[in-house]
Design a protein around this ligand. Structure first.
Ligand code: NOJ
Length: 555
């Protein structure tokens, strides 16, 4: 029998954009508390909260200046304690974001560290001498510019794989690791139920730090020297031994660039590291030489190949997390589905839900996904808030010479702000998110796409998600069964089977906006039709636009 986190469904809350309880235009902890019943009605078990710690918000809380205090805009520690207690009373667990690859440059450790080479905190971060008046090597940061910043105080450079306000911690330093374990215990002793660990496979760097292969005309790639580095497994095993093994909690590591083999090590039952990881291969399928800033579409064959590889690769050897979007990704229905008409939006959002939720792993639902919320196309760059988007805009339309029109089109497709527009609660002003001025614009489609409208509409994406999640709870085959891809080369269908104790589950998903005949699915249309995003019409071989069906064949 699987553990609770293998049976669980997680709902991700980005508090800044979820619900504002005090009218300052920014979502907050009391806002999350006010919506606990909504979350519970979905049938999920766990809430993952994006960072809520004290932060100057260079990167919306991923730059932490005090790990033991709450961000001013989000409320107080008393608010947090109340949220945790009420969530637990309602049977919901809470998983926190753990951001320990880097801190804010306003964290007291860094303020001390930068003062002098003799500071007892110097070695908390990664300092190097420059080379001939230039940074120590050619690495570019994830949020553009050099990955090194020079400090006037000593003339030396510190490493920041993200923004220059996010200096990387030095995990080689045992005292740093001890500090991290202490702050983890602080939250675990409050009774939280686990951690989502931010870029946790970045914590061990190759000490030599040579130049990286050029990524564009400007900078080299740090990733070969910083991801899945030489001591990462040792550090995670130590963290597990020192901290995690003493609590009944779940852990999910965010691990960009991870392979199936590496994930087996991070999540294997005998490794004592993490419970599961977020891999990126399927959400990066449309990358090109400009990274995510392209207008390419996700190819179905790639999606099918990657997801199937992860299903079979981790079966019995680790554990998958299942997601198509989060606070860093475009909206699922716009990225992988079809938001061109109301009918196609609704059908494809449900189909994508079926595709992911019937696989093996722990599904993550990102706030608004359950409504089929879509990308936004703000008219002007000044409407955007995300540091990644704004810095990429500056570098690409500046030094790299990309036209502003093209870049804005790419931003409409890929910006992280697509996921960060306020949650659409109702057709009231500002989608019912705030009575004040929202920190980022609301998607204008809130008048039709909102929770209130979907609440009592049995055909809504919301009601469909409730049924989808309930099914996982009822049928062990979904959490335990093995996986095999069906119709592997079909141009429009993603189909697979699950098998467990003589039962079979057949999942058939159309990726076409047209109705078409697919007699090749007939062998899999037996048994009981458990779920379909259309009213069944008895014509098994005809698939309607983005139709999804789940059949169960009993033993
Ligand atoms: C990954 C987080 O999900 C993202 O939002 C953040 O900007 C980076 N890590 C840096 O912490």
């Amino acid at each position: 029998m699987n553990t609770w986190w293998q049976r669980a469904v997680v709902y991700q809350v980005y508090p800044r954009s979820f619900y504002d309880s005090n009218g300052d235009g920014i979502g907050d902890l009391n806002g999350v508390r006010a919506k606990l019943d909504y979350i519970r009605r979905l049938g999920v078990d766990v809430i993952w909260l994006n960072p809520i710690y004290k932060s100057p918000n260079d990167d919306n809380g991923y730059d932490i200046s005090d790990y033991r205090a709450i961000m001013d805009e989000f409320g107080t520690m008393e608010d947090f304690d109340r949220l945790l207690a009420e969530a637990h009373e309602k049977g919901l667990r809470i998983v926190m974001d753990l951001v320990v690859n880097h801190t804010s440059d306003e964290h007291p450790w860094f303020i001390e560290s930068r003062k002098s080479a003799e500071s007892p905190y110097r070695d908390y971060y990664i300092w190097r001498e420059g080379k001939d008046g230039n940074p120590p090597n050619n690495w570019g940061a994830s949020f553009r510019g050099s990955a090194w910043e020079r400090c006037e105080e000593t003339g030396m450079y510190y490493l920041h794989t993200f923004s220059k306000k996010q200096p990387d911690l030095n995990w080689e330093n045992e005292t740093v690791r001890g500090e991290v374990y202490d702050l983890m215990r602080f939250w675990l002793d409050k009774g939280i139920d686990g951690f989502r660990m931010d870029v946790i496979n970045y914590i061990s760097k190759t000490p030599e730090m040579p130049d990286g292969p050029m990524m564009n005309r400007l900078y080299g790639n740090f990733r070969p020297y910083c991801l899945n580095g030489p001591r990462v497994h040792e550090f995670l095993q130590e963290m597990n031994r020192e901290v995690l093994s003493h609590y009944d909690v779940m852990t999910v590591g965010e691990t960009p660039g991870v392979s199936v083999e590496q994930a087996q090590r991070y999540t294997g039952p005998d490794e004592y590291e993490l419970n599961m990881v977020f891999q990126f291969a399927h959400v990066n399928l449309d990358y090109d030489e400009n990274g995510k800033w392209t207008l390419k579409r996700v190819p179905l064959d790639g999606l099918r190949r990657v997801l199937s590889e992860w299903q079979t690769g981790l079966h019995g050897k680790g554990w998958n997390s299942l997601y198509l979007n989060n606070h860093d990704q475009p909206r699922m229905v716009s990225h992988f589905g079809d938001d061109s008409t109301e009918a196609l939006r609704s059908a494809s959002a449900k189909m994508l839900g079926v595709l992911m939720h019937m696989m093996q792993g722990t599904p993550y639902v990102y706030q608004g996904e359950e409504l089929g919320m879509t990308n936004v196309a703000f008219p002007d760059i000044s409407d955007y808030r995300d540091i990644d988007t704004l810095n990429a805009w500056n570098e690409m339309t500046g030094e790299l010479g990309v036209s502003p029109e093209h870049m804005l089109a790419c931003i409409h497709r890929r910006s992280r702000d697509n996921a960060r527009t306020p949650m659409q609660w109702s057709a009231a002003p500002n989608a019912g998110f705030t009575t004040g001025t929202p920190w980022i614009g609301v998607n204008p489609n809130y008048e039709t796409i909102n929770a209130e409208a979907q609440e009592n509409d049995p055909d809504s994406v919301l009601c469909f998600y409730r049924r989808l999640i309930a099914l996982r709870r009822k049928l062990p085959i979904i959490t335990e069964g093995d996986y095999a891809l069906l119709l592997a080369n079909h141009p429009q269908i993603f189909a697979y089977q699950r098998r467990w104790q003589g039962q079979r589950l057949y999942v058939i998903c159309s990726f076409s906006a047209q109705t078409f005949d697919a007699p090749e699915i007939l062998p899999y249309c037996g048994g009981r039709l458990l779920l379909c995003n259309y009213v069944p019409d008895g014509d098994a071989q005809t698939l309607r636009p983005y139709e999804a069906r789940v059949y169960l064949v009993e033993a």
